[in-house]
Design a binder for this molecule. Sequence first.
Ligand code: UT7
Length: 314
Amino acid sequence: MQGIQIIGMGKGVPARRVENEAFTKMVDTSDEWIRSRTGIETRYFCEDEMQMDLCVDAARQALANAGVGPEEIGLCVVCTITPDYHTPSSACMVQSALGLPEDIPAFDVNAACSGFLYGLEVVSCMLGSDALPRPYALLIGAEKLSRIMNFEDRSTCVLFGDGAAAAVIRPSDTHRFFCRLGSQGDAQALNAPGIGYPEPYIHMDGRKVFQFAVRAMENGIRLLEKETGTRAEDIDVFICHQANERIIRHVQKKLKLGDEKFFINLNKFGNTSGASVPLAMAELMENGRLKPGTKAYCLGFGGGLTWGAAYLEF
Ligand code: UT7
């Protein structure tokens, strides 16, 4: 079976960093509550930036790091629940900004915090197809969640952040890739009605999503072990959706895995939904932790309720 290789990544982060303390002026909360219940210390919010600006910054960096030119891209996919426009898609906006070829597919994927996992699977299937005239895919996870947050709701506004990260991906016979995706069709636990509906903000039953998240991660790891013939203890790094440090630590302890293997950067970025997994991956790559031969389990969960689990070799 053909695999995929991620050959370059990049980040797009808004200029404005916001400390926990800022929320004490808006709602009844504290730095102590946010840190101890979530692990979050700061997050970034867009001011003048559009979501597309973050995508373009991330994509330019990823292309430069991969040594690939825009003219070589054969597929452009953006994973997001907060595109600037309903249409054109963020992917089409990126295509225009970067001058990508016009004979390639460009579209968005909406699978909330599992988005990048869904995107990886879509890209891996399409890269093998004759329909693509060029060898590389540009896959981006991007969110401007500050646009759909209710800054009067303490149970959600302290959690989320804006950001983007991009990956340049090519098909590979030597890098195995396996992915499994799922969804529960649950509109209650986590939703964000569109513009024009009353209260068009993120609503979340935190405890319900927490329980789902822990189950989705545990099941995902067991499934990857079974389907890929690998063992969790032999995996070099676990790249998880960055929603809450307690979710990640709970799973890591239950499965008796080393905590240094579970990368965490939610302290800096908060929960950036579709951007969270690629932001973690991009930082791991920056830090030299995704070397040739590194084996990773990648785990996502979120609105939908969706989940995704992937095995990747670097
Ligand atoms: O990315 C999509 C996936 N999302 C997630 O994975 C999120 C999963 N859920 C979580 O991470 C956690 O459930 C939260 C961080 C959202 C909440 O943490 P929790 O430990 O589950 O808190 P809770 O909802 O059980 O609330 C505990 C208390 C409540 O007060 P009472 O009823 O005990 O008096 C809340 O009203 O904490 C209160 N609370 C707050 N207090 C201070 C809720 N938000 C805040 C806040 N500051 N910001």
